[in-house]
Design a protein around this ligand. Structure first.
Ligand SMILES: NC(=O)c1ccc[n+]([C@@H]2O[C@H](COP(=O)([O-])OP(=O)(O)OC[C@H]3O[C@@H](n4cnc5c(N)ncnc54)[C@H](OP(=O)(O)O)[C@@H]3O)[C@@H](O)[C@H]2O)c1
Length: 300
């Protein structure tokens, strides 16, 4: 396999696309942003940007000369993965990073997410089939678990209201989960493209930290130098609320069940790998971060 230099990012202005694009550029890859003709999002002026229709023909043209494609579009764009794969293969792209950045093929999600996962999997399976039939086309999936620094800041329901110094601890606060920071997600993509042989045609397990709510609360209290106000809730209550809202077609269920995925007591749903040793973090160059490192980022 030849070394990878030219990399196109589809979805580069998003929550994860932004740090991925920055990491690729900082690591010396020649990055091109591929964006929708109708996109209103802002892209960095110093990166070459191709605005295109998302048809097979137009995308094939847009991906000409690219060695790799990173597909990191938001949920609305996930059904287009098959078209992206077809275009990448037709343009002679060697590596297609599929749109996982979540819980991977072994996810043990709640059944309410089955339909959403089925659409994601369709794109992944399609890339895998292409690679089977064409040895010049390869794929990688990056299973990153909880995007911990981004999610904790955005969603106080995860248990930490950073502005108020208040916490909600679910059950005993001991349920462990895998977190990958935005820096870790960016590095995972860089590491994949720097190790094309070892990362071909498989999912890799990424982690910056394996932690639990008690460790995070402890870090928040130590760094802020104060006791946080703590409310208690059970994961069972949160799951029930999420499922009721889903049945009643009331918004908010996605977040409740996504948070429950981490804290469903005794289930280990939020674990990507049992330990760092059994993840692919070392191969990808994703550094280990402590609860204090993550809390310092959030408070900073
Ligand atoms: N593990 C987790 O808990 C977790 C959390 C969040 C996200 N994720 C996953 O990470 C991936 C990226 O998510 P994100 O939050 O970074 O995405 P995002 O910010 O919602 O969107 C990223 C980009 O996708 C493009 N896009 C949006 N809607 C589109 C559409 N209908 N058709 C085509 N392109 C569209 C846009 O780029 P342009 O405007 O440039 O076209 C947008 O800036 C997804 O697979 C998502 O499911 C996982």
């Amino acid at each position: 396999m030849s070394p990878i230099n030219n990399v196109a990012v589809i979805g580069a202005s998003g929550n994860f696309g932004t740090p991925i694009t920055q990491a690729l550029q900082a690591s010396g890859f020649k990055v091109t942003i591929v964006t929708r003709e109708t996109s209103t999002t802002v892209h960095p002026p110093d990166i070459s940007t191709v605005r295109t229709e998302y048809t097979l023909e137009a995308l094939t043209k847009a991906l000409n000369n690219q060695d790799a494609v990173v597909c990191v579009v938001g949920p609305g764009g996930v059904p287009l993965q098959k078209t992206f794969v077809d275009a990448a293969e037709a343009a002679g792209v060697q590596r297609f990073i599929i749109d996982d950045f979540g819980w991977g093929p072994d996810a043990r999600g709640f059944p309410e997410f089955d339909a959403i996962h089925a659409i994601r999997r369709e794109g992944w399976d399609y890339a895998a089939k292409k690679a089977k039939d064409n040895k010049n086309f390869t794929w990688t999936g990056l299973t990153t678990g909880n995007p911990i620094d981004w999610a904790m800041k955005k969603f106080p329901l995860m248990g930490f209201d950073i502005s108020k110094h208040e916490a909600i601890i679910y059950d005993q606060g001991k349920e462990r989960f895998t977190g990958t920071t935005l820096e870790g997600i960016g590095q995972a993509v860089v590491g994949t493209l720097q190790h094309p042989e070892e990362t071909a045609n498989r999912f890799l397990k990424v982690q910056s930290i394996q932690t639990c709510q008690n460790e995070l609360l402890d870090a928040f209290e130590r760094i802020t130098g104060e006791k946080w106000k703590v409310a208690r809730m059970t994961s069972k209550e949160l799951i029930e609320k999420g499922k009721e809202e889903n049945k009643a077609c009331v918004g908010g269920w996605v977040l409740k069940l996504a948070v429950s995925h981490l804290y469903d007591v005794g289930q280990g749903r939020g674990m990507v790998a049992p330990s760092r040793k059994e993840a692919d973090a070392e191969l990808l160059g994703v550094k280990e971060e402590s609860a204090e490192d993550i809390v310092a980022k959030l408070l900073g």
